[in-house]
Design a protein around this ligand. Structure first.
Ligand SMILES: [Zn+2]
Length: 348
């Protein structure tokens, strides 16, 4: 059913989706939204080298545009979107879209790249302050490059036990694979406390390596550490077939929808986007925006599609859509066996 070409054109006509939703709309308007993939939109947490690489690609893309923009202006425009240091704008945008909670992902670029404003410890403390500033609106999955060794592990443990962080964020393009032996003590800790591990998959800023970010590297750790929920970030669009297979056959592997906003809003890619939900893995798919890279308003079409009908039938069964939009990440978060710390950061 989901493979059928939709009767309405998407992207240009979101209102039509809402109207066509009919009786399903009643049930779906009550669907909860939890965003499983965001970042604080702040230059404090992203090195200048990373941003330089993004602008390099933007400048190449200018060849497609009839109106070229100077590099300085392109950079200024990019950085202007990364000044929400306390996540106040993010919370306002979440409210507009009806997102009750978001997972903040903090990758550690400090081992691989230059131009970091803060140390890992300082970035952890800043994220803890954001948790306190917006109670109940965020969870943090914090990253430490495993090559920082014992000190890095201590930092991560402090994040979990004193700051209340709820998962590990790994960024393999920094130069390590998901099955790198240096990750063993991190996985053992997450295994003991049932904490999730979210891994970037696929390409990124061109200053980093794409090769290590292949999803199949997670196969060994997922088999060994069965208490850990492994989330393949961007798995809906990067190496989709491999990610779907891992989700289908490894009980503890999941993928997120970050990046799929563009497929949902593009009529040429829409069929591929909808096909994802016919693989029998809707209990493994996690809604994620990748804010601030994808602004919240760009997600409306994707959310509407998950809540809408095609020729009188839900595109995705209502119960399964609710799992995707909130239930799956909520289930993963609920597995954590670590006490919430007191508000002053002391371990409970
Ligand atoms: Zn991201």
């Amino acid at each position: 059913m989901l493979r059928r070409r939709p009767a309405i054109s998407i992207g240009s006509n979101q209102e039509a989706i809402r109207k066509q939703s009919g009786s399903n709309q009643e049930a779906t308007t009550h669907m909860r939204l939890i965003d499983g993939h965001t970042h604080v939109a702040s230059t404090h947490f992203i090195p200048t080298e990373f941003m330089d690489g993004i602008v390099d690609n933007m400048m190449e893309q200018m060849h497609l545009s009839p109106v070229p923009v100077a590099r300085e202006r392109a950079m200024a425009r990019l950085l202007a979107g990364y000044q929400d240091h306390d996540a106040d704008i993010q919370v306002r945008e979440m409210d507009k879209l009806g997102i009750e909670k978001s997972v903040l992902l903090l990758p550690d670029f400090t081992y691989a790249l230059k131009g970091n404003a803060y140390t890992v410890d300082e970035m952890f403390a800043r994220h803890w302050q954001i948790l306190q500033r917006h109670p109940g609106r965020f969870e943090v999955f914090a990253g430490v490059d495993p090559r920082w060794g014992r000190d890095g592990l201590a930092t991560f443990q402090r994040g979990v036990e004193q700051y209340g962080f709820r998962g590990l964020k790994l960024y393999p393009p920094c130069g390590y694979q998901a099955d790198d032996p240096a990750l063993t003590p991190f996985y053992e800790y997450c295994q003991e406390y049932h904490l999730p591990v979210l891994l970037h998959t696929g390409s990124t800023s061109p200053v980093l390596a794409f090769g290590p970010a292949v999803p199949m590297h997670v196969d060994g750790p997922a088999r060994r550490y069965t208490n850990i929920s492994f989330i393949l970030a961007h798995g809906a669009v990067n190496y989709q077939e491999e990610c779907v297979n891992l989700c289908r056959y490894r009980p503890n592997v999941y993928l997120d929808l970050s990046g799929a906003q563009w497929s949902a809003a593009n009529p040429h890619h829409l069929a591929d986007f909808l096909k994802l939900f016919s693989n029998g893995i809707n209990h493994k798919i996690i809604f994620g925006t990748d804010w601030p890279i994808n602004k919240y308003h760009l997600n409306s079409t994707m959310i509407d599609l998950l809540r809408s009908e095609d020729q009188g039938r839900p595109r995705v069964p209502v119960r399964e859509a609710q799992l995707i939009l909130a239930g799956n990440i909520e289930r993963i978060l609920a597995k954590a066996r670590v006490a919430r710390p007191a508000a002053d950061g002391a371990a409970a």
